[in-house]
Design a protein around this ligand. Structure first.
Ligand SMILES: O=C(O)C(=O)C[C@]1(C(=O)O)C=C[C@@H](O)C=C1
Length: 148
């Protein structure tokens, strides 16, 4: 597993952090944020993985769909920012294929953790400054959110 000790909220944040790098790779290459074919592949794979770890495939697919929606919120925001301020775009950065392999590893880790934790609502950790609250809310849409 990519992140053996990470909690579910930590893994969710890690996925959003990778999404920032995905945005940079796509923006630099002139590729759009949305890749529906890739999304369908990910959702099909997550259903298979869910059965392997004893999770409800619908819950797992709903949860991954939330992660994808949150990723796209992060990416769209960055695209808008870099379009207005091209100088802010980070130079270099990993290839999309490398980042997708990281996302795939994280999906396995997320499902393992979800299978252990159960589908109870979670209290997300403090949000790093770089991330707006909205994507995080999106990421927990299916699981629900309980604030203490
Ligand atoms: O792999 C990509 O191209 C991404 O932008 C990542 C991601 C995802 O979160 O898994 C998000 C949006 C795309 O539509 C497909 C997948």
């Amino acid at each position: 597993m990519a992140e053996p000790d990470a909690s579910l909220p930590e893994l969710v944040l890690r996925r959003l952090a990778i999404s920032e790098q995905v945005a940079a790779a796509k923006f630099g290459a002139g590729r759009p944020v949305d890749d529906p074919v890739r999304e369908q592949r990910e959702l099909a794979r997550v259903r298979t993985l869910a059965r392997e770890v004893g999770l409800d495939p619908d819950l797992a697919a709903g949860f991954l769909a939330d992660q994808i929606a949150a990723s796209k919120q992060v990416q769209r925001r960055l695209f808008a920012h870099w379009t207005e301020h091209p100088g802010d775009r980070p130079a270099g950065g990993p290839d999309l294929s490398v980042l997708r392999a990281e996302l795939d590893g994280l999906t396995v880790a997320l499902l393992d953790r979800l299978a252990e934790t159960g589908p109870e609502p979670l209290v997300p950790p403090e949000t790093p400054d770089a991330l707006n609250q909205d994507p995080l809310r999106t990421a927990y849409r299916t699981l629900g959110q309980r604030r203490s």
